[in-house]
Design a protein around this ligand. Structure first.
Ligand code: HEM
Length: 355
């Protein structure tokens, strides 16, 4: 058994673990192992928003345009494409790219074609909205957890290896303990920090920039049943998915009460918009601690968690995983262009009073 924290990121702890030294998890799970030269990654959620079936073709054309722009010398090592309908009834498509080097991301974003498309005033009017939610956590600021060992999705696709069975899982608080920084840092935001609108006004549409703050937590929790046989499909679709949907609806609609700034349960799609049997939750939280409190107390997650514990050792083709990161405020960008005012981080952002 090995530590989830890679050897080069292990250091003397000032914060002790939640379990005794001889703790052994009840079933095996694995984490991604990155090339030691990777120091920081970029996760970019590039969105297209539309309302009504009549704008779907146009929205999908914009999705294809963004996806094509990733085919660039400085493009991401991996991307996927999703769709979800939000609680205002809008369709949202996201092209989600992962870069193993933020400077390559910076070069991609400032390359003339990409920059001019995103900066154009053409984006600020018309039936479509666009958004960019970008975070760049360092390798000591994120963790992964997989119930499988091949073809890692999400940030795992940047990692060139998988661990052996890891020790830090199977108890509340283990997600935190898989993040290397947790050895010496509680990763809390400052009490007086909140989301702030620093450009534009959500109520007026147009272009809006929201400033984040240190230690915003981002979770991607994925479910992939593309290859699952009938028994695993039934297990997932009958016993897990309805509860997951209820939990995700709760966070989407009541997130502000529990410290969840934005919550989306998204469906993977192909370039023509056809759904595939893969979904994930993408949630932005005020802090890791708020995320932990929800996971260990909400009846929906507790029910899913218990089901998982019963079936974990028998899982074959049903692929369940998550990745959780925190990022410095300076390594975050949240921009909304022509989107409705409850989109993403705009919902909870404070608009500075004008004098
Ligand atoms: C942890 C199951 C979806 C948030 C866990 C663990 C399991 C689990 C078994 C413990 C893993 C371990 O350490 O061994 C599932 C299943 C899901 C699901 C089967 C869906 C099919 C979600 C979603 C969220 C979430 C959508 C989003 C908020 C968390 C968090 C932890 C966790 C934050 C870490 C708790 C901690 O270590 O303190 N989940 N989960 N889960 N889950 Fe989920």
């Amino acid at each position: 058994m090995e530590s989830a924290i890679d050897s080069h990121l292990t250091c003397p702890r000032s914060i002790s673990r939640r379990v005794p030294d001889d703790y052994e998890p009840p079933f095996p799970m694995w984490v991604g192992r990155a090339d030691h030269r990777i120091q920081q990654v970029t996760m970019a959620y590039l969105g297209v928003q539309s309302s009504g079936a009549e704008h779907r073709t146009e929205a999908l054309a914009a999705v294809r345009q963004i996806a094509a722009s990733l085919e660039h010398a400085d493009g991401p090592a991996h991307h996927d494409i999703t769709h979800h309908t939000d609680n205002q009834g809008y369709d949202n498509f996201m092209i989600v790219g992962y870069w193993s080097d933020p400077s390559a991301f910076g070069r991609w974003m400032s390359s003339p074609d990409v920059d001019s498309w995103w900066s154009s005033t053409d984006r600020e009017t018309g039936p479509l909205g666009y958004f960019r939610e970008i975070v760049s956590p360092r390798v000591d600021q994120f963790e992964t957890l997989y119930a499988f060992q091949e073809q890692l999705p999400g940030v795992g696709a940047l990692m060139n290896g998988i661990s052996g069975d890891i020790n830090e899982h199977g108890y509340w608080g283990s997600m935190r303990e898989r993040i290397p920084l947790s050895q010496n840092d509680w990763m809390q935001p400052r009490r007086d920090e909140s989301l702030r609108v620093v450009h534009g006004d959500p109520a007026h549409g147009g272009r809006v920039v929201v400033a984040g703050h240190d230690n915003i937590a981002l979770i991607r929790s994925g479910q992939d049943w593309r290859e699952a046989g009938q028994a695993e499909r039934d297990l997932y679709l009958d016993e897990i998915q309805p509860t997951l949907q209820a939990g995700m609806d709760f966070l989407r609609d009541n997130g502000a009460d529990v410290g969840c700034y934005s919550n989306r349960l998204v469906q993977n799609i192909d370039l023509d918009g056809n759904p595939v049997d893969e979904t994930y939750n993408i949630g932005h939280w005020r802090s890791l601690e708020k995320l932990e409190r929800w996971a260990e107390s909400h009846p929906t997650h507790l029910r899913i968690f218990t089901t998982f514990f019963k079936v974990a050792t028998d899982l074959d083709k049903l692929r369940l995983y998550h990745e959780v990161s925190v990022a410095d405020g300076a390594s975050q960008l949240f921009e909304y262009i022509n989107c409705h005012p409850a989109t993403g981080m705009m919902r909870d952002a404070v608009v500075a009073a004008t004098v």
